[in-house]
Write a protein that binds this ligand. Structure first.
Ligand SMILES: Nc1nc2c(ncn2[C@@H]2O[C@H](COP(=O)(O)OP(=O)(O)OP(=O)(O)O)[C@@H](O)[C@H]2O)c(=O)[nH]1
Ligand SMILES: [Mg+2]
Length: 333
């Protein structure tokens, strides 16, 4: 007789753009009990999807749902992706990273809905916060931020290496007055979550109306991108959630100049820049958020990927020209 199928323990890792969600999942994957298979579902605001390529390096089975905020893809696209991931990986645990520009309620609804009742069991929801951001009233008022916090079973201050004692104290005071009282609060750096935090059950706190933020992407997320061989330089743009993204998929034969890409990434109109690219010196993982730059060696991929997110829509052709120049291409190429 086959073993009865046990529901897969599942954790959401929430938090605002660039707070350290992918870093934290990478860190959890390094602490995974030997012999277990963990799967990661990641949804990015941008169309191109960078985190999947980064997460695959830690041996997880990864499925990306690029494009849009998770609430918009939380219906069918997410169910298709999730079902395929579960069928392929048969994971012992599932970690989900929704976009930082997303609203968690619809994804929670999907995961706890009838379809997944016997398939998944929702463990603690972990929300990361950069305590420095609490100084910005616009962050505190942001509905996505508030609902990411409201959904948290465990509230974690990340990037504490970059915080002053006062900022950490202010974080603790802010966390202490949040309702409901009594959720676990921790301070960490470099996304170093304890693997023990993923065990247990979520208290499923209430979050506000998911329909409070109407917007439209007007696109079909199920269409696969064109082949990189046929189309070696692909530019895709996305809008929604009061933000815009521009992304590129680039043939790995087109090597980029790291310094030129970095110069483009440091443009202070960008809220976020990330890339897994083939440079003249080798593969690199670039990350820029809040003026902090990280450059790491990367593993060879089937293509280079670049993504930037802005509040105001940028002229995609201006950015494209810069990136093309970094690959030694002119507009006409
Ligand atoms: N100094 C410092 N840097 C950190 C810490 N955690 C993450 N970072 C860096 O912050 C950048 C963004 O981290 P990610 O893990 O990609 O953040 P994310 O929340 O997944 O970002 P999005 O998916 O774009 O929303 C990377 O360059 C990380 O190396 C930390 O605790 N301290
Ligand atoms: Mg991420």
């Amino acid at each position: 007789m086959p073993d009865p199928v046990r529901p897969i323990p599942t954790n959401l890792i929430l938090g605002f753009l660039g707070v350290g969600k992918t870093t934290a999942i990478l860190d959890l994957l390094r602490q995974k009990p030997e012999g277990e298979v963990w799967a990661v579902l990641v949804n990015e605001f941008g169309e191109v999807g960078i985190d999947g390529a980064i997460l695959e390096t830690e041996g997880a089975v990864v499925r990306e749902i690029p494009g849009g905020c998770m609430c918009c893809v939380a219906g069918l696209p997410m169910q298709i992706g999730l079902n395929q991931l579960i069928a392929r990986a048969k994971p012992d645990r599932l970690l989900i990273e929704p976009t930082g520009l997303g609203h968690p309620s619809q994804i929670l609804e999907t995961l706890t809905g009838e379809h997944y009742q016997s398939v998944l069991t929702l463990g603690p929801v972990i929300t990361l916060v950069d305590p420095r951001k609490l100084e910005n009233p616009r962050v505190l008022e942001n509905v996505q931020f508030r609902d990411q916090v409201a959904a948290a079973d465990i509230l974690v201050a990340n990037k504490t290496d970059l915080c002053t004692d006062e900022q950490l104290k202010a974080f603790d005071q802010w966390a202490a007055q949040l309702a409901p009282a009594g959720r676990a609060v921790y301070h960490i750096a470099h996304g170093h979550l304890s693997v023990n935090w993923v065990d247990g059950e979520t208290a499923l706190p209430e979050v506000s109306d998911p329909h409070a933020h109407h917007h439209h992407h007007g696109k079909d997320t199920s269409t696969p991108p064109p082949s990189i061989e046929d189309n070696p330089w692909q530019l895709v743009a996305n809008r929604g959630q009061g933000h815009s993204s521009i992304g590129w998929r680039i043939h790995p034969g087109l090597m980029l100049d790291e310094n030129a890409v970095l110069a483009m990434a440091m443009d202070d109109r960008l809220l976020r820049f990330k890339a897994v690219i083939h440079t003249i010196e080798g593969w690199r993982v670039l990350n820029v958020v809040d003026g902090s730059v990280s450059i790491l060696p990367g593993e060879p991929r089937e293509l280079s990927r670049v993504e930037l997110i802005t509040a105001e829509a940028l002229d995609a052709s201006e950015m494209d020209q810069l990136l093309r120049a970094s690959a030694g291409l002119s507009d006409q190429d």
